[in-house]
Structures are given as C-alpha cells and as structure tokens.
Ligand binder design. Structure first.
Ligand code: PMP
Length: 410
C-alpha cells in the first residue's frame, strides 16, 4: 500500500460521513468530485447548529440573534477574502454559485460596457455556464462571441488567443481548470496578455480552488468565481470576486431589499459594496458553512492536498494506461486528478451504470461542455474526478472494475 507522508488519509476520510457508507453492500468509491464534493462533519454540524440555534436574518436586526448571525456572515466574507487573498473584503460577493456569479457579471458588465460590434472571448473548453450567459448578453447588445480553440491534448492555443484580441475585445472569460479534461490553464499568462491590451479577465475557478492555492492579486484577474459545493462546502452558496473598480462602476444585477440606500417612487440609490450585489435575503447559513469548509481546507493545507492529488494523478494515469482500449481525453501537461475517457466502443452511460453496480460513482455524458466534445467528435465521456480523500486502493479497485466492464461487453 502506498502511504502519503503528509496527509493522514484514513483520518481525513473519517471526517466525511458520506464516504463511510456502503452502496449495494460494498464500500462507496466516490469519484464524482467535479460534480460535487462530500462535506466534512464540521460543515454539516455547523449548518445543523446554525439552523437549530442561531437562525436569524442578517443585517438591520437589532436583536441578539440577528446581530450574531450578521457577524458570522461578515466574518465568512473575511475568510473568503483571506482564502483568495483579495485586497478588500467588499470585493467578495456572496452568490448562489458559479453560474449565478457569471450571470451577474455577464448582465452587469454587459449593461455598463458592451455596445454593438464589441467582442467577448471565451474558450472552446468552457462549461455551458461560461458560454450561455455571454451568448445571451452579446445577442442583447449586438456584440460577438469569439472562441479560443484547444489542441487534442486539451491545451489552449495561446497563439490563436493572441490573434483574437483586437480593439473591439471588451472581456476575456476563461475556465481555470476544465471540468471535462482536468486541464489547468495558464491563467496568469492569459490575464497578462489581455491586460497588455487593457482588457479585463473573468476566471471561472470552480474546478481550481479546491486543488491549489489561488491568489487573485498575484494572477491579477478582474473577476474570479467559484461554488461552495465543489469545495467541500454547502450547496446554494458561491463567490464572485471582483476588483473594486469594476464592481463600483457596474450596475446591480438583481434588485430589491438589502441592495438599496434610499428608495422613493421617483428614484432609488444603491447601497455600497458588497450589498449592492446581494439583493434579498442571502444564504447566510451557506456562507458561514462555506467559511468553515475553507477553514478545514486551510488547516489541512492546500499544498499538501495538491501534492497528494498529484500522486493520485500519476498513479491513476499509469494504471489506466495499462487498460487496452481505454482512450483518455485531456492529456495536458498540467492537469488535476481527473480522468475523462471512453472504454472501447462502450457508451459512457453503460460504463457508468455498471460501475455504479460495483459501488463506484462516476459521471457520464457531456458534463455541460458540449462544444468541447464537438472538438473530439464524440458525445461525451466517462469522468472519474478524484479528491484528496480518495486513495490508491480505490484507483486499483476502479481499474479492476473497468476490466470487468470490458469483459461484459466483449
Ligand atoms: N464552471 C465549471 C468549470 C464547472 O465545473 C461548473 C459545475 N460543473 C460550473 C461552472 C457551474 O457551477 P454551478 O453549477 O455550481 O453553478
């Protein structure tokens, strides 16, 4: 058995109740972490405690519970600021998740800065949530979407990217880590190229934040988005980081309570950041839960997590290479521990269903990246996405299971 020197995986696994269950009488092998991660007990317990003992709406309340919850909510914001190393705490906006964050920027940035003939650059490997909001906005504004292609290894063609940039380019929106291929894009370089042309950049960090330390000031992105549920936190909570200068200038995305300064029937003035972008009762319990998840990861150490996941990646890639007829999609030099593949001519769905019966959870299909699969001229893949609580033994079991699937179809 391979032992990791820095992480006590057995102890870590005990922190996650969902991992210690049997499905169809066998231990669950959870390889669907790119879809959502399991939650540590401390997050689950905190949410339970908040719901049962501390529930009260934030802001404006004069009573004890409301004041307490407001402090917890705002201290969760500070935790996210520290986690991303944002310059100001008001640059952190709580949203419902990445989809909500990108929609907010697409609408609001679009309203403020996009006019007829302007161009937005995305890439061929984007999740639908970093395509469709831009498509809708560019259609509304009579603007255009331009697309950076990638090569068959799943690496963006930066020379093509440079060619797409011109005086009409108003924003670049790029995924940090591809949810279908695992490619880690060179975002710092991509941002640098855009900034040399005075173009702001939004990074979809949904699949990056749980695998490596992100420093938004170092990469110098203008916007960074992620979802709580993919970083061991609750569902229904997410983050939009935006540089102060943009958030101050951009109009609100949604309106109603909490985001106002003064309302009359003639006119409304808006609240300062971050409230301007947080209309209505926020998911304050989700926000505090997310803060606890970030504390948990910080205690373990993202460097330790990254190193261990690299070992899992190398081990898994070598094991999968031994399986004849297995074709991996996404062979970028720099990638996360994610294996997207097809097994012979077996439809991904069939592979997934049989793996499920062997208590292995993987995802099958297009993974919300249909244009990416158009590149490879296939419908989708089987995707095994690992987290730091997964083990070398699970990879062994998984590879044996894949060989069984092959036998059943041969
Ligand atoms: N971007 C990427 C890269 C993703 O993997 C996902 C979720 N699969 C999203 C955006 C959307 O995240 P959510 O559904 O949590 O809003």
């Amino acid at each position: 058995m391979k032992i990791n020197n820095h992480l006590d995986i057995t102890k870590i696994r005990n922190d996650f109740p969902a991992l210690n269950q049997k499905i169809y009488g066998k231990h669950l092998v959870y390889f669907d972490n790119a879809a959502t991660t399991q939650k540590p007990k401390i997050v689950i317990d905190t949410i339970n405690k908040l719901q049962s003992e501390h529930n009260s709406n934030v802001h404006r309340g004069v009573h004890y519970l409301s004041d307490q919850m407001t402090q917890m909510y705002e201290s969760a914001r500070k935790k996210v600021q520290d986690f991303l190393n944002a310059q100001y705490v008001h640059e952190i906006i709580f949203t419902k998740g990445t989809t909500d964050s990108i929609n907010a920027v697409a609408f609001s940035f679009g309203e403020a800065y996009i006019k007829e003939g302007d161009e937005i650059i995305v890439s061929e490997m984007e999740h639908h949530s970093n395509i469709v909001p831009w498509q809708i906005m560019t259609k509304r504004k009579d603007a255009k979407l331009r697309v950076i292609p990638f090569d068959d290894n799943g690496e963006l063609l930066l020379e093509e990217y440079k060619k797409l940039i011109n005086s009409k380019t108003k924003l670049v929106a790029i995924v940090h880590v591809s949810n279908s291929l695992g490619t880690i894009n060179p975002v710092k370089e991509i941002i640098d190229i855009a900034h040399k042309n005075n173009i702001p950049v939004l990074i979809d960090g949904t699949q990056a934040v749980q695998h490596e330390k992100i420093d938004v000031q170092d990469i110098d992105c203008d916007f960074y988005c992620f979802s709580g549920h993919k970083i061991y936190g609750p569902t229904g909570i997410g983050i939009l980081y935006g540089k102060e200068r943009w958030l101050k200038e951009m109009p609100p995305y949604q309106s109603g309570g909490d985001m106002i300064d003064r309302v009359t029937f003639e006119k409304t003035t808006f609240a300062e950041l971050p409230a301007k972008f947080e209309a209505g009762t926020p998911n304050y319990i989700g926000a505090v839960g997310l803060g606890i998840a970030l504390d948990y990861l910080t205690n373990i150490g993202l460097n330790n997590i990254q190193n261990y996941e690299k070992e899992l990646l190398e081990y898994g890639a070598n094991k999968l290479k031994e399986i004849d007829g297995l074709k991996i999609y996404g062979m970028a030099k720099n990638k996360t521990c994610l294996f997207s593949f097809l097994l012979n001519n077996i439809p991904p769905y069939d592979t997934g269903i049989i793996l499920d019966k062997m208590s292995i959870a993987v995802r099958t299909g297009h993974h919300c990246t249909q244009p990416l699969w158009d590149h490879y001229k296939v419908e989708g893949s089987v995707r095994a996405s690992l987290a730091f609580y997964n083990t070398f033994e699970e990879i062994d079991y998984f590879c044996e299971a894949l060989k069984k699937v092959q036998k059943m179809f041969s």
